[in-house]
Design a protein around this ligand. Structure first.
Ligand code: SF4
Length: 196
C-alpha cells in the first residue's frame, strides 16, 4: 500500500544526519529522492502509518450544527463539494459512531454541557474542528451568553476562520486535519486539553 509522506527529513527520522539534512530549505538530496521513489513503487510502509492513512479515509463527522455556519457545513456533502471523495459523507447520528466533531456556530452557555456530553461519548481517537469566528473566539458575540471559544470546554485540533467560512474553507481545514493525522501528530486531547 502506497502512503504519501513528506520527502524531506525522512532519513532524519532514522537518526541519519547528512549535510543536506542540516541545511533547511535545501530539499532532499538525489539519494533521498530515489529512496522515496523506490519506497512508493514497492509500497513499503509501517502498520502505524497504514492505520493513520485509513483513519483519514474513513473519518465520520457527527451530525451536529449550531448556527449559520452549519448551513455551510451541510453543503459539503452536496455534489458540488462532494466530501465523499475523502470517505467522509457518512455524517453519523450517534457520537458513538463518529470520530470528528465540527463545531459549526456560536456556542451559547446553555449548549456547553450538551457539547461536552457529545464529545465525551465519542470514542477515541477523535478530533474537533472549530468552524468559524464564533466557535473559535465568540466572534461578534462578545457577551456573557456566548462561550468565547469552544476550546474552553473541549480540545480543538483545527480552527477554520471566517464568518461564515465557505465550504471550501471547511474542506481546507479537513484536509489539514488529515495531513496532521497522517504525519502522526497526536490529537488535541492527547497534548493540550482545554484552554485555561
Ligand atoms: S461565524 Fe458568522 S456565520 Fe458562523 S455562526 Fe458566527 S455569525 Fe454565524
Amino acid at each position: 500500500m502506497a502512503v504519501e509522506r513528506p520527502k524531506s527529513s525522512r532519513l532524519a527520522k532514522h537518526g541519519l544526519k547528512s549535510e543536506r539534512l542540516l541545511w533547511p530549505g535545501k530539499g532532499p538530496s538525489a539519494f533521498e529522492q530515489e529512496l522515496g521513489d523506490i519506497e512508493s513503487q514497492l509500497g513499503l510502509t509501517t502498520l502505524e502509518k497504514a492505520v493513520a492513512w485509513s483513519q483519514t479515509k474513513s473519518m465520520w463527522p457527527d451530525t451536529f450544527g449550531l448556527a449559520c455556519c452549519a448551513i455551510e457545513m451541510m453543503s459539503i456533502v452536496s455534489s458540488r463539494y462532494d466530501i465523499a471523495r475523502f470517505g467522509m459523507e457518512a455524517f453519523r447520528s450517534s457520537p458513538r459512531q463518529a470520530d470528528l466533531l465540527i463545531i459549526s456556530g456560536r456556542v451559547a452557555q446553555k449548549m456547553a454541557a450538551p457539547i461536552k456530553q457529545i464529545y465525551d461519548q465519542m470514542l477515541e481517537p477523535k478530533w474537533v474542528i472549530a468552524m468559524g469566528a464564533c466557535a473559535s473566539s465568540g466572534g461578534m458575540f462578545n457577551n456573557y451568553a456566548v462561550l468565547q471559544s469552544v476550546d474552553k470546554i473541549i480540545p480543538v485540533d483545527i480552527y477554520v476562520p471566517g464568518c461564515p467560512p465557505r465550504p471550501e474553507g471547511l474542506m481546507e481545514g479537513i484536509i489539514r486535519l488529515h495531513e496532521r493525522v497522517q504525519a502522526g501528530v497526536p490529537a488535541a486531547y492527547e497534548v493540550g486539553g482545554v484552554a485555561k
